[in-house]
Design a protein around this ligand. Structure first.
Ligand SMILES: *Cc1c(COP(=O)(O)O)cnc(C)c1O
Length: 388
């Protein structure tokens, strides 16, 4: 029996999914490092207890916790965010179907859609997140699903999410959302009418930059179909990684609260700095979707991007002269990470497409970690003075 009451996310992060009574009295869920389990009269292949089949004790506890965070009926975990995303898309779409996808997506997802879906006989087209009146033109008789991210990378735009839900319901589409950047602390898509939530748990949910993992959360029937497909594809998460993700989740709310606050202060600092040209952060009044972000999010997240007047050359000198942020891709961990997306996450999409999306070559992206905000601001300020 789950303890009551668990109305608040903070309580669910700590207590949801934990075994009752505790296994051997252990307060913390132990690691079950066993590939297979003694046969217990299982009905089908997918019920045999085996690590790849997503059903050993570490999966059971972890997925119950993940489901509770997003207020979903069920969840699965996968070997990476991309394993969860690809398995989900290959479950809801079949040969002959059409997908409507937002035109600004995580690079891996964008590439999976544009380079792989066609070989499965699945068509796609892209829509602009801010122009619901134009979406209908992209509809086809075989459109099955619509796919979006809560906050886009690296410009931190906020698509018209309420309109996406309404559009999906009006036209009978399944709505999928990658909620990695917002996390359930700041936005819970299932409560707002989305059908399926996806995460790269590599980022905030684990929060410690030490594993790669993914999840899909939603109605039990749909999650079960995706798990079935994932069992065949083989992208299972190892029990030790399950344990680390399970542990990381318990502190998600306190981490995110600090990151929400710290990123907003850093965004304000950069915005008011004479040596900074532009700052992209949904918490700033000047952000093009600030009003929307304010009305649908509880916080604006730990990700921001900005531009310096000196373009690529100055950006690289600036990044090189910082002492706290590490120059590395990925995000959501305790260490503040800094990248130039044109050279890392968005190198694959080509200069033409980047320009069309408004991603300049000198754009700098910052994943605000858990350091003291004052120390980060001091370091940023010093590097700005040194390289202007
Ligand atoms: C990192 C990321 C992914 C991919 O996750 P992996 O764990 O690296 O496979 C998907 N979506 C978003 C928004 C991401 O940031």
């Amino acid at each position: 029996m789950e303890p009551q009451p668990m109305r608040h996310l903070e309580t669910r992060l700590v207590h949801a999914g934990e075994p009752r009574p505790r296994i051997g009295g252990a307060v913390v869920m132990p690691i079950f490092q066993s590939a297979t389990y003694v046969h217990s009269g299982d009905l089908s292949y997918h019920d045999v207890r085996y690590i790849r089949l997503n059903n050993t004790p570490n999966f059971v506890a972890l997925t119950a916790k993940l489901a509770a965070l997003e207020n979903g009926e069920a969840a699965l975990v996968a070997a990476s965010g991309m394993a969860a995303i690809s398995a989900a898309l290959l479950t809801v779409l079949r040969s002959g179907d059409h997908l409507l996808a937002n035109d600004s997506l995580y690079g891996g997802t964008h590439n999976f859609i544009t380079e792989d879906l066609e070989s499965f006989g699945i068509q796609y087209s892209f829509f602009h997140g801010d122009a619901p009146e134009a979406w209908k033109k992209e509809l086809r008789p075989n459109t099955k699903a619509i796919y979006v991210e809560t906050i886009t990378n690296p410009l931190m735009r906020v698509p018209n999410l309420p309109a996406v839900v309404k559009f999906a319901k009006t036209h009978g589409l399944l709505s999928l959302i990658d909620n990695t950047f917002a996390t359930p602390v700041n936005y819970r898509p299932l409560d707002e009418g989305f059908d399926l939530v996806l995460h790269s748990c590599t980022k905030y949910l684990n929060g410690h930059t030490d594993i790669v993992a993914g999840t899909a959360i939603g109605p039990a029937g749909l999650v079960e179909r995706i798990r079935h497909r994932l069992n065949h594809l083989g992208g299972a998460l190892d029990p030790h990684a399950c344990f680390l993700l399970h542990r990381g989740l318990k502190t998600l709310a306190v981490r995110l609260r600090h990151q929400n606050e710290s990123a907003l202060r850093i965004a304000r600092f950069l915005e008011s700095h004479a040596a900074v040209e532009a700052v992209n952060y949904p918490g700033l009044e000047r952000h093009p979707q600030h009003e929307r972000a304010r009305s649908i999010f509880r916080g604006f997240g730990g990700m921001l991007s900005f531009e310096l007047p000196g373009g690529v050359a100055q950006a690289d000198r600036f990044i090189g002269s910082l002492t706290l942020p590490l120059s590395a891709p990925s995000l959501g961990g305790p260490e503040t990470l800094i990248t130039r997306p044109a050279a890392t996450s968005h190198a694959g999409i080509g200069p033409e497409e980047r320009r069309r999306l408004g991603i300049s070559d000198g754009l700098i992206r910052l994943s605000v970690g858990l350091e003291a905000t004052e120390d980060l601001i001091e370091d940023l300020d010093r590097a700005l003075q040194a390289t202007r």
